[in-house]
Every structure is written in C-alpha cells, then in structure tokens.
Design a protein around this ligand. Sequence first.
Ligand code: EPZ
Length: 438
Amino acid sequence: MLEVCEMEQYVIKGGAPLRGEVTIGGAKNAALAILAAAVMTDDTVVIDNLPDVRDVNVMIGAMEDIGASIERVDRHTVRINGSKIERLSVDYEYIKKIRASYYLLGALLGKYKSAEVALPGGCAIGSRPIDLHIKGFKALGADVDTGYGLISARADELIGNHIYLDKVSVGATINILMTATMAKGKTVIENAAKEPHVVDVANFLNSMGANIRGAGTDVIRVEGVERLHGTEYSVIPDQIEAGTFMCAAAVTHGDILVKNVVPKHLEATTAKLVEAGCKVVEYDDAVRVIAEDMQLHHTAVTTLPYPGFPTDMQPQMAVVLAVAEGTSTVTESIWDNRFKYVDELARMGAQVKIESNIAIITGVDHYTGARVSAPDLRAGAALVIAGLAAHDGITVVDDIYYIQRGYEDFEVKLRGLGGNIELVDNEHDLQKFILKVS
Ligand code: EPZ
C-alpha cells in the first residue's frame, strides 16, 4: 500500500461541467496528529473517519515501527494500542515521506519524557523550520538537541509554562499541546493556531482525559494530567478536500453538492467563490456550489492562518481565477515557494506573473489540455481540476503520487460528478483513453 508507483498518471478530457454530489472524507491533517496522540495512553483507542490516503498510511507505518499495535477495523477505522512501545525513535524513512511524523515527538515526549525523530528537511513548498516546536519543548523543561540529522528531546520532569509562539504555527501548536497535556501543572500557549484540526486534536485529547481549554482561540490553556485513557473518536471532515471540490464546481461551471462538511470551516473559500461570481448555498453539513452559465470574476486572495484563506487552497483558487474575467491577485503569505505550479498552468494557457509572493493573474477564456506534472499535493489537485475545465485537448498529469498523499479516490469521486478522468499506469491504457475520447 505504501509503494509509490511513479508510472501512474491521470489522463483527463475536460470541458464538461461537474454536476452531482460528493462525500468528503476525514481531515488528513487532523488525522495525522490524532494518530500520533493515540499512543499517549496504554489503553486502546479507536479512531474512525480516517482518510485512506498515503500520508495517513505512512504515519500508521511509523507508529507500528516503534511498537504500537494497530489493527485496521475497516478502510476508515483503526484500533490502536500504544502500551508496548519499545522504541522512542522515529526513523528518517518516515520523516522523509511525511514531516508530520514529528508529531510523535510531542506525543512520546509527553508520555515517556524522551523521544527522538529524524530531523525533517525542507519540502516542495519551501523551507520548513521547526524552531517553534523546539522552543515549546524547551519551555516545558525538555533538553532538546539537534545534530547528526536527529532531533532528540528528554526531560526528567515536564513542567507547564507560558509559551508565546512568535508565528502562528499549526504544527508547533499541536506538538506543544500534546506534550503539555502530560506536563505537571498549567501551560498557556499564546498566539496559538486556530485551525479546525487544532481544535479536533484538542477534542481528541480531552476525550482521553486531558484538560485543554481555549482550542480554536489565540490562547490555549492546558492543565497537565498524569495519565490518559482510551477513547473512540471520529475525525472531522477535510476542509481542503471539500474546498477542492468547491473550486472544481466553479472552474468547470458546474453544480456540486459537497456533503459531510462543516460549512463554518469553509467560510473563507465560500466567500472568495461568491466574490468570483459563484452561488454558494450552505446546509447543516453540506455546501452546494453553483456556477452553471455564470461568468467568473476577478478578485484578490491572501492566504492567512485560520480563519483566513487557507494556503492549502491557494493553487485551487488560482486555477479558478485564471479563467475569470479581469486581473486577480493571489498573495501567498505562509510558504515561500508555493507557486511552482504556475509554470505548469501556463502550459494550459493561463497567464500568470509572479512578483515576489504575489501571483498576478490575467484571466483567459479557457484552458487547453497539456501534459503537466504535479509539483506538490494541493498544486497537483489544482492541475487536475484545471484539466477537467480545459475546453480542448487532453491533459495528462504526472507525479500523481503527490495527490494521493492527501486525496482518497480522487479520480473516482470526480468521475462520480461526470468528470472524464482516468488513472492509468501504462502507455497502452493512456492511448486507449485518448482514442476513446477523441
Ligand atoms: C500544516 O503544516 C499543514 N500540514 C500544511 O498542509 C499547511 O500548509 C500548514 O499547516 C499551514 O496551514 C499538516 O497539518 C500536516 P505551520 P505545518 O507550522 O504545521 C512557520 C497540506 O497540503 N514556522 O502552521 O508544518 C512556517 O515556516 C500541507 O496538507 C516557523 O517559522 O505549518 C510557515 O511559514 C502542506 N517555525 C508558518 O510558520 C516553526 O517552528 C506556518 O507553518 C514552525 C512553522
């Protein structure tokens, strides 16, 4: 399941509006942290609504590697027992595949007062420092060493403290939160990240007996506990998967009911799609995006921490704006290298100029199919929806293992909406598809 097939490609014949209903799975970025936190108790934990995506499966592999027992109950449910963890060290093999395996550092440090993970490097979207994680662990009383490609943290005793995060960081907030849960006394995390997945991790820890208040606000307060107990927990819906389908409705001038979501988590994406000329209807646990026969308009988007516009939706939104009337701007304020897809999009006819961290997009009438490659997860998904909107030609997307890191059955869900897309792994099937559609 973890093997990467570099031959796999998506082949797409675009032009048809996407219509119908799609059901969103569990949030990848919540699931990764919740899985790690599950080893903090010796009791059994059941986690449900896990997305069956590569990153989640790598995380499960990393946990099994240190001795956690993990039983797959069904495709989206696992039963985890962390009572027999025998190694407090997470291999580079895992960290190089998913940075988020560093959540095991916060979890193991909290539970065993000692942990070590390979030091994560940069990645496709830019340099990715972990200084704030380290600052937090130190503030809780740990000695933290980095060297020899490792980050190790050790404490005789963890003691609650007041921690101010210089920059809003999802990862640092969650990592510190996990460790603080089992530190002595009170921890206050100021300038904490407010993302829905931060709240989900706090809710999960609370369901194991932690005492965390204020998650979802700037200030999180943790009263440390000595032990955590078992729980059954269901991961929140993935707001980025949902947003991606919302943008797919917009760019193909379709009409999609996106089900199993928390509309509140999607507000920034909804607001920008409305500004761009779409109609968005919110229900209790669904949103419908209608763009049929509607002219798309230019707008300005800036990525910011939640509740701002998510950086993980930046490429998908840019794909919508590149075929909207007028000149739009997309400002990326979180990552320093998240515009790599722009050159690929240009091959499909988009007109985009990058000036430092701003993409200046001059809307064109339509995309044309082209052979492109996915530079990273979200940009890859964005190129796929551009392909589905292309009026003529065939789009072939290479390097789709990036997309499979975070989207479950992406092509199956898109086909369910009328998208003409297939996953192929050899030249023969690629040619067969092209012959069939032309
Ligand atoms: C999480 O990454 C997500 N990943 C990312 O999603 C997402 O883009 C990002 O949050 C922002 O929303 C996971 O949840 C697994 P950060 P994370 O720490 O936690 C700086 C996807 O597509 N920073 O909130 O690593 C950092 O450089 C992925 O699913 C420090 O300076 O992001 C960045 O500018 C891609 N020092 C900003 O903070 C630190 O110690 C926000 O990063 C940590 C971060």
